[in-house]
Each structure stands twice: as structure tokens, then as C-alpha cells.
Design a protein around this ligand. Structure first.
Ligand code: CU
Length: 511
């Protein structure tokens, strides 16, 4: 369970450690990481690869999966057990590997003591399977406390009668190959539930991607990055930090602290996901080794992009090829986070082994063909301002988070694009006293293309199809999208999960 008062490695500690690290550098020590309280943790564990979930059956309607949300003891720190809230007892959850055109049908049973919701992030799915925050799955012991968590606008008696503690989600997979992920999205508790472990990869494959000579199999690696705070007894410590965002001083990749991956001298496809609740990342490889980006949130780019640094706001994905062919046997290359201090400035390490290998994989100069949505085809422009309002509360800061000055209301429709319409949405920020905070807007159902960032072209890594974009202090981002696929209610929200929970979300209905 959560132990909010245990001694732990927190974000503030990380900051202090970084200050100590800076002092140590003056004193002759070259590594800020060396001051970390548990030096034995870094680069000791092999990178775990979340297992691919096997379907319980496949029939004409699609591939059927069973998922249980349950508490489980997992190993994050050596010799200690951590209580996590898991999908099927695994932290992070199992990877669902789907094929375009074959629906995924997930029967999800909640055996936790709290309400849950599953959202397939990046999924083009019917409204009733999208994981609207009030479309909850009830806990195994449904009581007054659980009821109070559901929030207003929830028809509890109907939920008990129709859903109970099992809900079936249908994901048509009628979309391009892409690296998606599923995570909790329940009203007011998405941050806590995701932090405690309700998160997993969902990868869609298709023929277009399958025909390309890209690295595959053991050379295609999902890399889910998030920070966590752990107590000295090994338990996860969830602190929303006054709804500013939960973090932690420990960098976990696929659930392991600062892991290492033994790599051959060849190309690898790395599927990066920033699954952190609140921290944007900026990735870079030691030795100036480049990333060749091939895909973004919504799948393949039209052509590869070479990057030395890769910014990734919360929930953003980027698929890159890294070629270790020119590295030396025994060489170690640290994946750095240029936005992190102290221990959070390092993510994981690649350890090169063996001699030269025959690498048949290639990075084609043309990856895909992307339909460019044209501004002149847009029928409407909407503006969304991400901000905050003062609030009488016994916590600091005494604010709640807003979109266009309003708190989320599940019953209020904030935008109603017509099915098939192309619209331009402009995201900007109210000037608040929190300049370092990133508010990445995420649009459910549809993918967008970034038209402009601060009146300039999008950044090199955000071409192609996206569903989430960084929105830093003083920035504005203009995107264009077509509202097709399904009608019904969906969400636009900030992907800082604590902002989302309190209450930086807006409902839109495709009509
Ligand atoms: Cu935010």
C-alpha cells in the first residue's frame, strides 16, 4: 500500500543529490550519480522486457484477452518486495501485440479496492471503450468509499447492474501500426492508479511496417520510462505534490531502476515511451551517438529524422533506430535525460558486446506516405488555454487546473466537432506562477498533425501523426485533425496525470 510518510527517494531529494553532486564535482568526483544513496542499483539489472500477453482465444470477432487488475508483490529493488497495483500481477503490465484489422477484445476484472478505468492511449476506439473517466470498473468490494470516488455524474446503480467489477473493451485496431499504451484513466485517480502500476504497452503491427527491413524480434525493444518514489522498505510512495504532479528520485525503465541492456554491434529499434506522471524527458546518448527517428505517436514518419537529442513530454512516444555498429566491444553508452538532475539525469545503459555482426536491417529513406491535412480544409478553429484558478483548499498550491478557465465537468460538452470535419485546435497557456511545468495536451480518438509551435514549424521530432504534444511555459501549439472513426464523447486533457485528475480536462463530443 502507499506509505506517504516513509523515508524515500523523492524528487526533492534528487534535487538535493544533484546539488551534492555538483559539490562533489568541484571536489574532484566526476559523476553526479556517484552520490546517489544506493550506488549498487545503477546499471545492475538487465532491462526487463514486459511479456507479450497471449490471447485466451481467437475467433471471428477478434483476439480475446483476460486482464485482472490486482495487487501483487513485485521486485523493483534487490531483496525487497514492492506492492504494486498491476495488470495480471506484472509491473509494468503485459504488452498487448495487435494486428491491424483484427480487433482486440479485453475483458478486464477489477480485483483492487478502488475504482479503475482502462484507456488505450492513441487508440481509435468507440466511445464506450475509450475509458471515459466516469466509465469506471467497480472494485471487488463496492462500498460508500468507492462510490464517493466515482464523482458526480456517475450512475452507480446502473454501473453496478451493467458493469460491476468486469468491463469489456473493444479495440478495432483499424489504424496504422504504432506504439500505443494502456493505462488507468479513472476520475480523480488516474495519477495514483497509474503510478501504482496500472500501465502497459500496446503495439499495433501492420503490413506496411512489416515489409520494411527494420530491426525486428530481439532487436525491437519497448522502452517505458517513468520515475517513482520508493520507501526504504521498498514500497511505492505516491505523492501528488499538491496536484503539481507525482514523481520520484528513481528512474525506472520497464519497471527496473537504471537497467542495462547488452547490445550487439548492429541496429536496434527502440520504442521510447515517456510514461511518467509529470516529468518531461529529453533523451540523448553518450558519445553523441544519434537517434534515427522512424515513428512518432501515430506510427511511421514519411522519412527518417536524425536527432542528437529527443524531447519526450509525458505520454509521447518516439521510435528510433540506434546503430551500435561503430561501437567497440565492451563499450558502455549511457542513455541520458538532459532535463533531469542528479540520479534522474541517467536513464539506462547499453553495453556493447561481441565482434562485428552481419546486420541485414536497414533504414529506408522512405518509410511511409503521410496524408498532409491542409489548413484550408479546416472548417473551424478552436482555442484551448491550459491554466489554473485559485481555490480555497488546505494544500499548497491552493489551485485547481483548468482548460479555458473551467474545471472538468463530465456532463458539460466543451466542443462538438462534426464527424468527418477537419478542425484546427490551438493550445496555449495561461501565464501562471509555475513556469517549469509542462502541460502536454492529449486528444483522444484522433491523431493530429502539428502545424505550428510558437508560430514556427514543428520541432524535428514531431512530424507525422501525433496524439500528444509538449506545451511548455509561454508556448503555443497549433494542430490539425480530422474527426472521423466514431461518434460520441471523448476527452482533451493535459497529460500531467495529477493535472488531469484535478481537473485539466475537457469533454468533446463527435456528433
Ligand atoms: Cu498540466
Amino acid at each position: 500500500m502507499i506509505h506517504p510518510h516513509d523515508p524515500a527517494i523523492s524528487r526533492r531529494d534528487a534535487l538535493i543529490l544533484s546539488v551534492l553532486g555538483a559539490a562533489a564535482t568541484v571536489g574532484g568526483c566526476v559523476s553526479t550519480g556517484a552520490t546517489f544513496a544506493s550506488p549498487g542499483l545503477r546499471f545492475r539489472r538487465d532491462l526487463p522486457i514486459p511479456p507479450v500477453l497471449a490471447p485466451s482465444r481467437i475467433d471471428a470477432s477478434g483476439a480475446h484477452y483476460e486482464i485482472e487488475q490486482r495487487e501483487a508483490k513485485v521486485t523493483i529493488l534487490p531483496g525487497l518486495e514492492t506492492t504494486a497495483w498491476t495488470y495480471n500481477g506484472i509491473f509494468p503490465g503485459p504488452t498487448i501485440r495487435a494486428k491491424r484489422g483484427i480487433p482486440t477484445i479485453v475483458r478486464c476484472t477489477n480485483k483492487l479496492d478502488t475504482i479503475t478505468v482502462v484507456h488505450l492511449h492513441g487508440g481509435r476506439v468507440p466511445s464506450e471503450s475509450d475509458g471515459f473517466p466516469t466509465d469506471v470498473i467497480l472494485p471487488k468490494n463496492f462500498d460508500g468509499l468507492a462510490a464517493s470516488l466515482c464523482g458526480p455524474g456517475t450512475d452507480l446503480s446502473k454501473l453496478q447492474a451493467t458493469v460491476g467489477n468486469t468491463r469489456t473493451y473493444i479495440y478495432p485496431n483499424d489504424q496504422r501500426a504504432a506504439t500505443l499504451w494502456y493505462h488507468d484513466h479513472c476520475m480523480g485517480g488516474a495519477g495514483r492508479n497509474t503510478y501504482m502500476g496500472l500501465v502497459g504497452f500496446y503495439i499495433i503491427d501492420d503490413d506496411e511496417d512489416g515489409r520494411l527491413p527494420l530491426p525486428r524480434g530481439d532487436h525491437d525493444i519497448p522502452v517505458m520510462i517513468f520515475t517513482r518514489r520508493l520507501s526504504s522498505s521498498g514500497e511505492l510512495v505516491y505523492e501528488h505534490d499538491g496536484h503539481m504532479g507525482a514523481g520520484g528520485g528513481m528512474m525506472l525503465v520497464n519497471g527496473a531502476p537504471w537497467p542495462r541492456l547488452a547490445v550487439e554491434r548492429r541496429k536496434y529499434r527502440l520504442r521510447f515511451l515517456n510514461a511518467d506522471n509529470s516529468e518531461p524527458l529529453e533523451l540523448a546518448l553518450e558519445g553523441d551517438l544519434p537517434f534515427t527517428q522512424i515513428a512518432t505517436d501515430g506510427g511511421l514518419l514519411d522519412a527518417p529524422v536524425t536527432l542528437r537529442t529527443l524531447p519526450l513530454a509525458m505520454a509521447e512516444r518516439a521510435e528510433v533506430i540506434v546503430d551500435f555498429a561503430a561501437c567497440q566491444e565492451g563499450q558502455s553508452i549511457v542513455l541520458r535525460n538532459l532535463r533531469g538532475n542528479g540520479p534522474l539525469s541517467e536513464v539506462m545503459r547499453f553495453d556493447v558486446f561481441g565482434g562485428p555482426v552481419r546486420d541485414r536491417s536497414e533504414i529506408p529513406r522512405t518509410l511511409s506516405r503521410i496524408e498532409r491535412l491542409r489548413q484550408e480544409d479546416a472548417v473551424r478553429t478552436r482555442e484551448f488555454v491550459f491554466g489554473a484558478k485559485p481555490y480555497l483548499a488546505l494544500r499548497f498550491p491552493p489551485i485547481y487546473w483548468t482548460v479555458n478557465g473551467k474545471r472538468f465537468d463530465a456532463e458539460r460538452v466543451d466542443a462538438a466537432p462534426r464527424h468527418g470535419d477537419i478542425e484546427i485546435w490551438k493550445f496555449s497557456r495561461q501565464k501562471t506562477i509555475f513556469p517549469t511545468i509542462c502541460h502536454p495536451p492529449h486528444v483522444h480518438l484522433v491523431n493530429f498533425q502539428v502545424l505550428e509551435r510558437d508560430g514556427k514549424p514543428p520541432l524535428p521530432h514531431e512530424g507525422g501523426w501525433k496524439d500528444t504534444a509538449a506545451l511548455e511555459f509561454d508556448q503555443s501549439v497549433t494542430v490539425i485533425m480530422r474527426f472521423d472513426g466514431y461518434r460520441g464523447r471523448y476527452l482533451l486533457h493535459c497529460h500531467n496525470l495529477e493535472h488531469e485528475d484535478h481537473d485539466m480536462m475537457a469533454r468533446f463530443d463527435v456528433v
